[in-house]
Ligand binder design. Sequence first.
Ligand SMILES: [Zn+2]
Length: 130
Amino acid sequence: MKSANSDPIQDAAQSSGIPQDKLLEMMRVLGAELRRPDPETEQKRLEEKLRTKLAKEHERQVITEQAEKVRLNQEACGRNGHRMDGGRSNRTAISGQVHSDGLFHGICVACLWTFTRKPSSDEMSFGVLS
Ligand SMILES: [Zn+2]
């Protein structure tokens, strides 16, 4: 007769004649086998993982290229002498104002290059240059 707190593994080992450590190993292998996803699920999981990875890589590349374009454009701001209306106007594309720090905070509306500098006399007297 079994006692109330008998070990089911031990009981199974005794009744089957399989050594307890061998029985435990068999159960471990069976457990791993049961947890393993079927090939179709595993395939879908791998495809999804690859899709996510490629999407992230693409996104990173787009962001990098965009940042590089902006950098080159802004670097060329001074050389290009950006004008309003894409050059049809003689007015400079630089806009900005003198802030309380006494500096002119400018932005080029053509390439969105921002800068601060000591204000010129014009910028001082008008406060805002456009
Ligand atoms: Zn510019």
